[in-house]
Design a protein around this ligand. Structure first.
Ligand SMILES: Cc1ncc(COP(=O)(O)OP(=O)(O)O)c(N)n1
Ligand SMILES: Cc1nc(C(=O)O)sc1CCOP(=O)(O)O
Ligand SMILES: [Mg+2]
Length: 545
């Protein structure tokens, strides 16, 4: 049925506008005598609500910071179902591991069969695997019951330094488990052990290790650099067999890091189960772990040096859609439309028409900046614009108003230096939402990165009438901020068709686009002016590249 449905879907013409529209088109395009049966099947599919499912195969941590318990909490937080196969029971707390009791491999096999033969598991994630035979049993079960993806966290040593799987396990990891893994996520010690004890001290070493581990057989490798000297940023190296991607973030200063490895791997599994591509899954999982750590700095549980953190921090604040999968791409900043209620009023347009036309003209991201709107009207407009943006695959951000962004489940917010602090906004919105911050200086840009923003808006590049008393930083100021920024930058302020080229020709790699208000919305034709801006940007992109 699924294949049949997809075949029809992709041969559907004209293009469908929504899944509901597509389903109707598919049913109507079937021969008359098949339509009723097809409609019933489609309705039944609509009614069956499948929840993405991760099976974790790992050890139990009695302290509940890591292992099976961390996996269950992470999956719950990320909105997927998690079943469990327990490979070992540990007596463990925040001080260390007091005892380990491995589960006999026959009983691991029995648990695997129970789950895999009955439930539709999307992704399997492995953690602590205390014996060679347990690894064999897992590989065998996965042959018998294939799943969509296998995430291997090659757990060997706990945060407290206790050994959870000895060197004898390495051969079977290399020979049987890694070759069937979709991603393996070693930390520096584990990567070194997998490669026979090579020294890993720099990011270049991590790249070589990622490549060598990839040669063993997994499709993707994430070498986690958390153990690099604490003075450096946190860097993980992702390798897909062709490209290396350094995933950098500032370090969160906290002792509560017990269980981060398990949580990251199960969060990656959760995103894969929802259908994310691998790099997006890794990025979202990293952001989730980072936000959880940031929200758990003050927790005190136990007397040991590394306490657990709060996976379910979101329960303390607003709950967002856990199944959203759409990750921010800095290139979305290319042509950034920022609305203005005064301008729409002047030209007699609704904000929804203005947004729709800007997107038709080539806007790649939209911000609702409705300074005069009352809250109720703003929310109404935001909901309507969000529907339009979703339909066109364009992110919608809300200027200043975190409450409105939450209420309409917008993709994020843009805030200024005197608005709510980024870290607080991040807690309110969660790890997946986009946060942009206005910055005029290198110091502000650095702080935005440390606080977990996604991009910065830098201006005014030129004088503007849209924002009163706005300081103009000029092209030089923009360049200085771009060079100091670890985040992508969008330029704003007085930018139009006549000067957009000069802005983009600064040629700084993290300057990703221009944000425009009046040159788009204070015009007779939003469509024509947006198209012109888009064309200029495309030309400069070709030249700068
Ligand atoms: C993309 C982008 N950059 C900068 C701003 C300005 O934000 P802020 O400093 O909060 O000023 P107001 O827009 O609230 O007047 C922006 N909105 N968008
Ligand atoms: C909203 C805003 N922020 C700025 C900043 O410098 O941070 S300049 C600005 C107004 C941009 O409007 P226009 O494209 O009409 O000049
Ligand atoms: Mg603001």
């Amino acid at each position: 049925m699924a294949v049949d449905f997809l075949t029809r879907a992709f041969s559907t013409s004209p293009p469908f506008e929504s899944i509901a529209h597509l389903r109707t088109l598919v049913v109507c395009s079937a021969p008359v005598q098949q339509r009723k049966a097809l409609a019933l099947k489609v309705m039944r599919e609509d009614l069956i609500m499948r929840i993405p499912h991760v099976l974790t195969v790992a050890g139990s941590d009695s302290g509940a910071g890591a292992g099976i318990q961390a996996d269950l909490k992470a999956c719950a937080a990320r909105g997927v179902y998690c079943s469990t196969v327990i490979t070992a029971v540990t007596a463990q707390n925040t001080v260390g591991i007091q005892g380990v009791c491995a589960v006999p491999e026959e009983f691991v096999a029995e648990q695997l069969k129970s789950v895999l033969s009955d439930m539709r598991v999307d992704v399997v994630k492995t953690g602590m695997l205390p014996s060679i035979n347990i690894v064999k049993v897992i590989c065998q079960s996965l042959k018998e019951f294939p799943v969509r993806a296998l995430v291997v966290d090659p757990v060997m040593v706990s945060t407290s330094g206790d050994v959870l799987a000895g060197p004898s396990i390495l051969d079977i990891f290399r020979e049987e488990l890694l070759p069937i893994a979709d991603i393996v996520t070693p930390n520096l010690k584990e990567a070194s052990a997998l490669l026979g004890g090579v020294q890993l001290q720099t990011v270049d070493d991590m790249r070589s290790a990622a490549k060598s581990i990839h040669d063993i057989g997994p499709r993707h490798v994430l070498v986690k650099g958390g153990d690099l000297p604490a003075s450096l940023d946190a860097v993980d190296v992702f390798f897909d067999g062709e490209n290396f991607i350094e995933l950098r973030s500032s370090r969160i200063k906290t002792w509560n890091t017990h269980g981060t490895g398990c949580t990251l791997a199960s969060s990656i599994a959760a995103e894969l189960a929802k259908g994310s591509p691998m790099l997006s899954a890794v990025e979202v999982a990293k952001r989730y772990v980072r936000t959880a750590l940031d929200n758990s700095k003050d927790i005190v549980i136990g007397n040991g040096p590394h306490g657990p953190f709060d996976h379910l921090f979101k329960l303390k604040s607003n709950v967002q859609n856990p199944c959203s999968q759409w990750v921010f791409d800095p290139n979305d900043l290319f042509l950034y439309a920022v609305t203005d209620s005064g301008m729409n009023k002047k030209w007699g347009r609704s904000v929804t028409d203005a947004v729709k036309t800007a997107i038709q003209g080539g806007a790649t991201i939209v911000q609702l900046r409705e300074k005069d709107a009352k809250t109720g009207k703003f929310l109404e407009a935001a909901k309507a614009c969000h529907n339009i943006c979703r339909l066109h695959g364009v992110h919608l951000l809300i200027n200043d108003r975190i409450d409105v962004a939450l209420a309409c489940d917008a993709d994020g917010v843009h805030i200024g230096q005197s608005d709510m602090p980024v870290a607080v906004v991040r807690t309110l919105l969660g790890p997946e939402k986009i946060i942009g911050v206005s910055c005029k200086t290198p110091e502000q840009a650095q702080q935005a990165w440390v606080d977990g923003a996604d991009y910065i808006g830098c201006g005014g590049v030129y004088p503007t009438n849209t924002k009163v008393n706005n300081l103009t930083v000029g092209l030089e100021g923009l360049k200085t901020v771009c060079l100091a920024s670890k985040l992508p930058v969008v330029a704003i302020g007085g930018i139009s068709v006549s000067n957009a080229r000069s802005v983009m020709e600064l040629g700084v790699p993290n300057l990703k686009g221009v944000a425009v208000v009046s040159a788009m919305f204070d015009t007779e034709s939003i469509l024509v002016e947006t198209q012109k801006l888009h064309a200029v940007l495309m030309e400069t992109r070709a030249v700068v590249k």
